[in-house]
Design a binder for this molecule. Structure first.
Ligand code: DHB
Ligand code: MG
Length: 223
């Protein structure tokens, strides 16, 4: 099976189920135009994230890794009017592009973008006694995923959902000899999950227009 076929199926699904959305299309284009790496979620996975947030009834969402705000917009659109999404981004240029995209989407009132190393921002949120989050989306530098997840556990509550992107890395997840530091990070992440009785999790492999990867869906059982 070929990447061409995965792309065609993604297009088939998008044309029927995701529908043309000028705001999201413009956000994706503005990110590409600004020179951001083309690593945003596919529309089909963006909608999956949006649906998870709505099914869960999330009122407070934390995102780690804003990039150009594409997933941020999908997630924030799932929030009620009194909800909040906090998104963490290391790169000030990415954060500026995201802020403009979020403004264009009419969602600036629901979204707070914090610029800087995400581990520092997460510790700041903890120290500030920030109200816990119902949903966390971890999608930043892959090596640090285990540390992001551990802090995410502290920023959530029993029943919260934590979605982690890019965990399969073309199958390198299952290769004990992988030299890819990002895949090694995802293997460490799975070892952590295996040992942590506070969470119940599964990993789903995906193919599509962005290749072969996958995500982990975790429910916080207790803290
Ligand atoms: C990369 C990062 C992502 O978040 C993604 O969805 C795909 C690729 C990357 O850094 O290569
Ligand atoms: Mg990603």
């Amino acid at each position: 099976m070929s990447e061409q076929l995965w792309r065609e199926v993604d297009e088939y699904v998008e044309q029927r189920l995701v529908r043309a959305d000028p705001v999201l299309t413009a956000a994706a284009q503005a990110s590409v135009d600004a020179g951001l790496p083309p690593i945003a979620l596919t529309p089909a996975l963006g909608k999956l994230l949006h649906l998870i947030a709505r099914i869960h009834g999330a009122r407070r969402i934390l995102e780690i890794g804003t990039l150009g705000g594409y997933s941020t917009i999908w997630l924030a659109r799932a929030l009620p009017a009194d909800g909040e999404l906090v998104t963490l981004e290391l790169n000030p240029h990415y954060a500026e592009v995201a802020a403009a995209n979020v403004e264009q989407a009419g969602l600036a009132g629901l979204i707070r973008i914090k610029v800087g190393p995400a581990l520092d921002s997460m510790r700041d949120l903890l120290d500030a006694g920030t109200e816990s989050f119902d949903l966390v989306f971890v999608d930043a530098d892959k090596q640090t995923t285990p540390e992001y997840f551990q802090l995410a556990l502290e920023l959530t509550h029993a029943g919260s959902v934590i979605v982690t992107d890019n965990v399969v890395r073309g199958g390198a997840l299952a290769d004990p000899d992988t030299q890819d530091a990002r895949a090694q990070g995802m293997r460490r992440f799975h070892e952590l999950l295996a040992a942590d009785t506070r969470v119940s999790a599964t990993t789903v492999q995906t193919v599509g227009s962005k290749g072969y990867d996958g995500f982990t869906l975790a429910r916080v059982e207790r803290q």
